[in-house]
Design a protein around this ligand. Structure first.
Ligand SMILES: [Fe+2]
Ligand SMILES: [Fe+2]
Length: 219
């Protein structure tokens, strides 16, 4: 689902089926669920960065991001409740140890691409939603998500110096593949007009422009 702002999905996250409620309620409940799932993703990133001897500023930024996601979860839960929806439970398979490249692969797809796109969508919602509460919520979320995307690229730059050329090529290919997947989701998915109007979700055409702009930037 790309009509709510995309977040950092941790490895092992079990997908959920949307609950019974109106379109707006379902969208905010799904967004809350994804925000909640991003909390352990950042906690794990912080722990792994420490294990790999990363600079303290990156570790602290990952911890701060986890705290941001806790705040985003309660903001989205509140909007979901207003529309009669409840956040589904977050179910994640236990994390298994992985090497630096494994950590970087998740960071490349979920951070460098998905959180960057999430920041663009959140910014769009902040500017275009008819609902004032949504505009306010997304203004502050967009700022945080932009910082999360910047952190992903900072982690990528730090790790690149420690990885062999083949691993760096894997990361580049993973980013390209995630962008292609994002574009095909956006192409296949026209968000309902109510979500475009009230929640400021980009229409299919606008979402394609955002993805195209991001593709050019990352090329
Ligand atoms: Fe978030
Ligand atoms: Fe985030």
């Amino acid at each position: 689902m790309t009509c709510s702002n995309d977040g950092r999905r941790p490895e092992g996250l079990q997908e959920v089926r949307p609950g019974e409620s109106c379109e707006l309620g379902m969208m905010f409940a799904h967004a809350a669920w994804l925000e909640a799932a991003s909390v352990p993703a950042f906690q794990r990133l912080a722990d792994e960065l420490r294990e790999h001897g990363a600079p303290e500023r990156l570790i602290q930024a990952a911890r701060r991001s986890a705290a941001d996601e806790v705040r985003h979860t309660s903001t989205m839960k509140k909007l979901a409740r207003r529309h009669g929806a409840t956040m589904p439970d977050v179910d994640i398979a236990p994390f298994q140890p992985r090497d630096l490249e494994g950590m970087c692969l998740e960071n490349a797809t979920e951070g460098c691409v998905r959180e960057a796109y999430g920041a663009l969508v959140a910014g769009w919602q902040a500017r275009t939603a008819n609902d004032e509460e949504v505009r306010q919520a997304m203004t502050s979320i967009a700022r945080d998500e932009l910082r999360h995307a910047e952190l992903a690229w900072a982690v990528d730059a730090w790790a690149a110096k420690r990885l062999p050329p083949e691993a760096r090529e894997h990361l580049r290919e993973a980013r390209r593949e995630t962008l292609r997947g994002l574009r095909s989701d956006v192409e296949r998915h026209a968000p309902p007009p109510l979500l475009v109007r009230d929640a400021g979700v980009p229409s299919r055409v606008d979402a394609l422009r955002l993805v195209n702009g991001m593709t050019e930037l990352l090329a």
